[in-house]
Design a protein around this ligand. Sequence first.
Ligand SMILES: Cc1ncc(COP(=O)(O)O)c(C=O)c1O
Length: 400
Amino acid sequence: MEKLAIHGGVPVRSPDQPWPRWPVWDEQERSALLQVLESGKWNYGERVHTFEAAFATFQKADRCVTATSGTTALETCLLALGIGPGDEIIVPPYTFMATASVVLRVGATPVFADVEAETFCLDPVAAADAVTPRTRALLPVHFGGLMADMDALRDLAARHDLFIVEDACHAWGTIWRDGTGAGAVGDCGCFSFQMSKNITAGEGGAIVSNNPDLAERCRSYTNCGRGAGTGWYQHFLMGSNLRMTEFQAAVLSAQLTRLPEQVAVREKNAARLNEWLGEVPGLYPTPRGDELLRRSYHLYCIRIEPEEFGCSRQAFIRAAAAEGVSFSPGYPVPLYRQPMFVERPAPPDYRSVSCPNTEKLCAVSAMWLPHYLLLAEERDMADIAEICRKVQRHAGEIGD
Ligand SMILES: Cc1ncc(COP(=O)(O)O)c(C=O)c1O
């Protein structure tokens, strides 16, 4: 009789079936790094600009300006748009801290608006409710690589004369329905190349924009406030040094050669999972996003409805891990519950913020699989599906 692995049964996957590892690298990265080393030219030069041009092309954007991280890229965009004290920026609370901390860092106020339960992305209706006369920008996150509803957010921005800064730190390769890449659909957008990301140099970031003046201001902020074509000792803006090194650009250029193929493999495997897991009672994969011409997956996100599935999220995760796949429960609390917000002198009083969809995702239902699992074979996706089905068949036996 079939038994769960946590109860001594045979797991769906044996330990000698490893999942793909991350990062992926080979001789290309090794020789590119050696070339930089031996060139003696290690800082911000030709390789950085070559990577910027290639990334802009890949991301279907006119301009790309690199930075030291996704965080500093976001902060740069806000500064370049002239956002500061007295301004409010609407952000989702289901995100990494940087989406909101950068708003505080430029002296403005993050205003939290809930996400949609189905997509984990900023809900345009909640965003509209959060608009006040002080609102200057929307900062949607394309969570896991799925884009927020940019048609609705662009309408909202147009009605209230707001900027849109896209946190596209999970969305390298995602393309909106009109052929514009994530990041360039709004005024500007930011990407992360940190270690866990789908294209990485350990750390790094980038801004894309179709607005040449804005891109130029971003460039200046990242390059000590210098102007285009002006002297090295001429500083026009209160910029910083957020420049990428040639080592990072060399690694990223090598990584970029693999990215289109990896995006395609992940998309194909995610489609299989959507089909199979969508048939398991109580499991709800986030949609692919039919409006997207291409969908990148940084995270494969899914919800569990415990009543329907038959056990809690933590019980599911424990049982699934024993069968051979590790789901993450994701963010444990909404971002506005962090001490950074709760302990801030009011106003606003972040202790009174409540975003029910985000609260439920954090406490009860959200689960993530990392992008590199989607680089495995279709038979490995079939194993994930079988693990979910098996745990569901025995959900009543697991306890909490
Ligand atoms: C949604 C989101 N925004 C911003 C960032 C910040 O990127 P970085 O770690 O490169 O500063 C991250 C990083 O994980 C992220 O997940």
